[in-house]
Design a binder for this molecule. Structure first.
Ligand code: CU
Length: 641
């Protein structure tokens, strides 16, 4: 589609061309200009709510413009139909940081490092004279008090020996060498060489039969067939399935975005979420050696992981009838790039939905659960991440993040070492976390909502509890943004109830959903660590903020080389009232990854996520109308629910 027909439609190639032309008319063009974070600035609530199909479509596109020659960046918003710039702010790199790493920086980092005499000497000390066999990983620099880095676009480089000439370079980390590369001036600002002598030699080629073994021959085909097709429909980005309605979006920063999520409750469309996405993720490493103590990657803000979405033409792990959506992202030169089959949509059987056998009559009843899956996969360097949104028949919503690919590696001297796992002879994998921030713009039966923290509570014996069996749940209203910075606590079964401040269910209680966190550790770095300031969002499992059209980024708009404090800590600093207001829930969660030998040479998927479960949203089990056996009589092999 060349022109959007709805205000939330993903940006089109023609709009991207218009954006570039409008900027060029303002004098912003030329070989030194780069364009990042090119994405829709979604309309404000009032505009969206009053817009009607067929009316002119309001469209603003945000862009971060970097002028490489001037070593300067500015954030801009352009009104596309109005053909005018509506926002223009010059960034101060010392306080605002820089835009994300550019595609060309990957190449530049390697070329700059390899041209540096000290780097070459460090390689020669390790017996490496053929630099064509060395691969440089371009890693976001962070902020560590180096005064000489302020105002420069920096990147730090760790190196690997491409021993086999395949995809398996991570088996051969060239430990002890870090090039601190100044991209602005194209030189190595500082080279660290700890003198670590050896390079692990064993191949980590997971496709090499000598390592993988002969493929097993006893796996019989397992086919999912849907002879009448799938149960969902999709038209103009709107997906409908089993009472659910979801609008699909995509941008180069967050990847998949879901909008206007609503449930058809016996003929009444009831809103649940205005918008859901992964706002940011950060991968902080816990290894204190100078080669690794700076490793922290913001995969959305620093690497624009939406642009790194896999084309599932090349492999999709879903079975059954699949519907794919292409995504249009924008490269550093403001050219549209289509990722074919970036988003996968399918439905899955999910075992028992509900079941009962009446012990008086012997009658057994069972209904099967299904879920709708909307997913995409990204590859960020060594790691691959899948993001799977699940919608269930009974109103549940889940996000499952899958982490796979290859763990980041280091040299390991052997023996006890607290900060890296010995994966193979001489090969370490530093401990690290993968911390995600889900931004959930909630709308439980409308925009005005409130959040209660629910903890289980034991009660003392007494006149009201004579046998001591009583226990209950405490309910604490989170009234302001400062009060609503909360940690999970599995010891008290802590959940957060997000309720409508207007609608009630048939027993007179506010209609609600509950956020069930996994309760895994938050950011573990020390209190005064740089990453704690830069990834403040990950220090708390829950944040609640007032809705603001431009408060989209858990770690701020430009986390690359940002000194910290941006994003959620800044948004919540206003300490606005959140009780009965238009609010956004931000949930931080993740994996604390102590790598296992089993994660080598390629890592089986590990999972992190959360659940949203209706709690008093419906008046009763909303799945009583699910038919007994939609599979019909050919489901002959059934043995159990
Ligand atoms: Cu990991």
């Amino acid at each position: 589609m060349s022109q959007p027909i709805h205000p939330l439609d993903p940006i089109t190639a023609s709009e991207i061309a218009t954006l570039k032309a409008i900027l060029a008319e303002a004098g912003i063009e030329g070989p030194q200009i780069r364009y990042s974070y090119v994405m829709l600035r979604e309309p404000d609530r009032a505009t969206l709510r009053t817009w009607t199909p067929g009316a002119p479509v309001p469209r603003e596109i945000g862009v971060l413009v970097t002028d490489k020659a001037a070593n300067a960046a500015r954030e801009m918003v352009v009104d596309i139909p109005g053909r005018r710039i509506v926002h223009d702010r010059v960034l101060d790199p010392a306080t605002d940081g820089w835009g994300p790493i550019l595609d060309e920086d990957y190449v530049a980092a390697e070329e700059i490092a390899k041209a540096d005499p000290d780097y070459r000497a460090a390689m020669e000390r390790r017996g490496i004279t053929d630099l064509d066999r060395v691969r440089c990983a371009p890693l976001s620099a962070g902020v560590f008090g180096h005064a000489d880095e302020v105002g420069r676009r920096m990147i730090r480089v760790l190196s690997f020996l491409d021993q086999e000439g395949t995809h398996a370079m991570f088996a051969h980390p060239i430990e002890g060498v870090v090039a601190h590369v100044d991209l602005t001036e194209g030189r190595v600002l500082r080279l660290v060489d700890t003198g670590y002598p050896s390079i692990p030699a064993e191949s980590g080629d997971y496709l090499d039969p000598a390592i993988a073994g002969a493929p097993r021959t006893d796996m019989k085909p397992l086919r999912i067939t849907q002879p009448e097709g799938a149960s969902f429909t999709i038209r103009d980005h709107v997906l409908e399935w089993q009472n659910w309605k979801v609008r699909i979006g995509f941008n180069g920063r967050e990847g998949l975005t879901l909008h206007d999520i609503a449930f058809n409750d016996r003929g009444r469309m009831r809103p649940i979420l205005n918008r859901a996405s992964i706002s940011e993720m950060v991968v902080p490493y816990g290894e204190p050696q100078p080669t690794h103590d700076w490793q922290n990657y913001f995969d959305a803000g620093e690497y624009q992981f939406g642009r790194l979405a896999n084309s599932l033409v090349l492999g999709c792990d879903c079975l059954g009838k699949i519907h794919y959506l292409d995504a249009t992202v924008v490269d550093d030169f403001c050219q549209p790039v289509v990722i074919p089959n970036a988003v996968c949509i399918h439905e899955e059987d999910f075992g028992t939905l509900w079941k009962h056998t009446d012990f008086m009559t012997g009658q057994g009843t069972v209904r099967r659960q299904r879920r709708l899956v909307i997913s995409f996969f990204v590859t960020v360097g060594n790691y691959d991440y899948g993001f799977y949104w699940y919608f269930y028949l009974d109103g549940r919503i889940e996000l499952e993040c899958k982490a796979t690919g290859i763990v980041f590696t280091s040299g390991h001297p052997g023996g006890d070492y607290d900060y890296a796992t010995l994966m193979a002879p001489g090969l370490g994998a530093p401990i690290h976390q993968h911390m995600f921030s889900a931004r959930l713009d909630v709308a439980i039966d409308g925009d005005r909502c409130h959040v209660d923290e629910l903890d289980v509570a034991r009660l003392p014996m007494g006149p009201e509890n004579p046998l001591g069996n009583a226990f209950t749940r405490t309910v604490t209203r989170l009234r302001t943004e400062a009060q609503a910075q909360r940690d999970a606590d599995n010891a008290v079964g802590r959940v957060w109830r997000i309720a409508s401040s207007e609608a009630k269910n048939r027993v007179g209680e506010p209609t609600a959903y509950v956020l069930l966190p996994e309760g895994q550790p938050g950011l573990l770095a020390a209190e005064d660590a740089s990453i704690r300031k830069r990834a403040g969002f990950a220090t708390r499992h829950l944040w609640v903020t007032r809705h603001d059209r431009d408060q989209m980024w858990a770690a701020g708009y430009t986390p690359n080389q940002h000194p910290g404090g941006a994003g959620l800590p800044a948004y919540a600093a206003a300490d606005r009232d959140i009780d009965g207001q238009d609010i956004v829930i931000w949930h931080s969660f993740g994996l604390t990854h102590f790598p296992r030998p089993e994660d080598w040479p390629v890592m089986p998927v590990d999972y992190a996520g959360f659940k949203l479960r209706p709690e008093g949203f419906f008046d009763r089990n909303p799945t009583l109308d699910v038919p007994e056996d939609p599979n019909g009589r050919d489901h002959s092999s059934r043995c159990c629910g």
